[in-house]
Design a protein around this ligand. Sequence first.
Ligand code: ARG
Length: 585
Amino acid sequence: MTSTVELLKIKFNQALVAAFGEDFATIDPMVVASTNPKFGDYQCNLAMSLTKSLKSNPRAIATQIIDNLIIDEICETPEIAGPGFINLRLKTDYLQIQLQKMLGNERLNIPKVNPNQKMIVDFSSPNIAKEMHVGHLRSTIIGDSIARVLEFQGHEVLRLNHVGDWGTQFGMLITYLREVSPDALTTADALDLGDLVEFYRQAKVRFDQDETFKETSRQEVVRLQAGAEDSRRAWQLLCEQSRREFQLIYDDLGIKLTERGESFYNQFLPQILEELDKIGLLVENQGAKCVFLEGFTNKEGEPLPLIVQKSDGGYNYATTDLAALRHRIETETATRIIYVTDAGQTNHFMQVWQVAKRAGWIPENVELVHVAFGIVKGEDGKKLKTRSGETVRLRELLDEAVSHAKKDLETRIKAEGRTENQEFIDHVAEVVGLSAVKYADLSQNRTSDYIFSFDKMLSLQGNTAPYMLYAYVRIQGISRKGNIDWQKLETDIQVVLEAEEEIVLAKHLLQLPGILEEVAQDLLPNRLCQYLFELSQKFNQFYEQCAVVKAEEPQRTSRLALCDLTAKTLKLGLSLLGISVLERM
Ligand code: ARG
């Protein structure tokens, strides 16, 4: 089954062909859901853009389109408005039939895309021996949600964790640890990530002050790259230590990732340079190997090259990304590659992609997307820091979210005079706390900075996770109270829509597939949050105006079906944001 927008688009293309000829078979008919019910449920904005090519006025074009449009089963008679908009209103019959089809269907009758695509989402990607910070948290949450939507749509998605597990910092760290904590380089579990981060800091201080230390560190990098056994072992232990800590966070957040860190691409780096050289793109500049790029200049207006090999022979972050890009295209055969990082890395990706394009490594059917996001700020409006001014540790941040949620919950339970066992309280607090962090991030337009506030994200009012989870519990409760065996009845339930609020809710329910297509296209999960928030508001209006359990048949069953579909839509939508619902809270 096709979604309503898709169906309308097909109908419009058929009308365009009938009216203006075959050339119009594949033109985008510009059909979108209306933002204001005054203009119907959907509108077609195409007529205005055809005036030049058809040498006619938009209202006349709109009339011609409508004359050829066969949509009687879907819409009321179309109306032309303003300069030439075509406004469409869905027929109640059509709505009823569509809802009925959704009832018995696990995917709410949302089709998978055909054909699907192989896609890569590169997200999370923290760095070894460093603490994962809130930027990585944003990448993790946003990347996971995008991957979930694309997977639901039927795409083949490879979720890659491009961990920073290679580079000169290991020379420094290993050299330092040989001095102060040699055990850590030979025994597993000798350090935790907190120690490691602290040693990293100390090693950096030494590196910057002590020339001999610096030189030893450099040699250590060379030994590591040459595969010296003790260095290799030390490196592995350091990586494992960090990996274990990252995994705890992923487990808490329910994140699945395939690790393929920078070190994996090390084997391909010399070849990257060779090829760039062969096509004449490499230029030597003060001992470093560079590619000069169009449109990139420094503050003085001088051309800014991308350095692919430093004068000491070492490779850069960018070189690894060039190798990763080739591998993803040639070996993984991905046709859409999505990078989820903070907006600060936009230039980096633009440069890498430009080099890859000039080298001819990016076929026309491959799309590269940078999903950039803003900074996480504290309530003071400044970059989020601990009180003492340090980077906030994710572990602590998540624990705090859960303990806040627990406090709120305990207060509420008391106020409602309920008694609940500890297991229930712990479970609900965990789900609510972590969902709140996720939802607070996802409900913002990711391109802007966002302010991290436990109080706001845990509020039961407004566009928050607790509000959405609570809406689900309540609606689910109503449909349960109706005592209907859905499994049995799903096939022969009659949906009858009469009240205005029922129709508004029904139309909103039918918009989910269109919203998911948008999210898959623009990679903005906040659209889905907004949709779900509006759904619960429209549900509330319906529930205020229409009796459900006490209604007479056939309304009673039909309205219970609306409750059930709303609950299922919330559950599905939240799951695509990485949030699982609660049956009670
Ligand atoms: N490790 C990097 C960081 O912490 C992010 C890596 C993003 N992915 C990539 N292919 N460059 O900033």
